[in-house]
Unconditional design. Structure first.
Length: 62
């Protein structure tokens, strides 16, 4: 009887821990780090009217 009671208590404790972890509100979680506001991900690397760089392995033009 004692073994059954211990197993039942451990199961209830485990279910309680899982429910507590799953049902937490988003406010309980830590805030993410502030993001960079200007990442320049779409800024051109070179000028738009610049000639494309020559490839060293390309055949020479006549």
């Amino acid at each position: 009887m004692t073994t059954t009671l211990i197993v039942v208590v451990l199961l209830v404790l485990g279910v309680g821990i899982v429910l507590w972890a799953v049902r937490r509100k988003p406010a309980d979680r830590p805030d993410p780090l502030p993001g960079e506001t200007d990442t320049a991900w779409n800024d051109p690397v070179t000028r738009a009217d610049a000639a494309p760089p020559s490839r060293p392995d390309a055949e020479p033009r006549p």
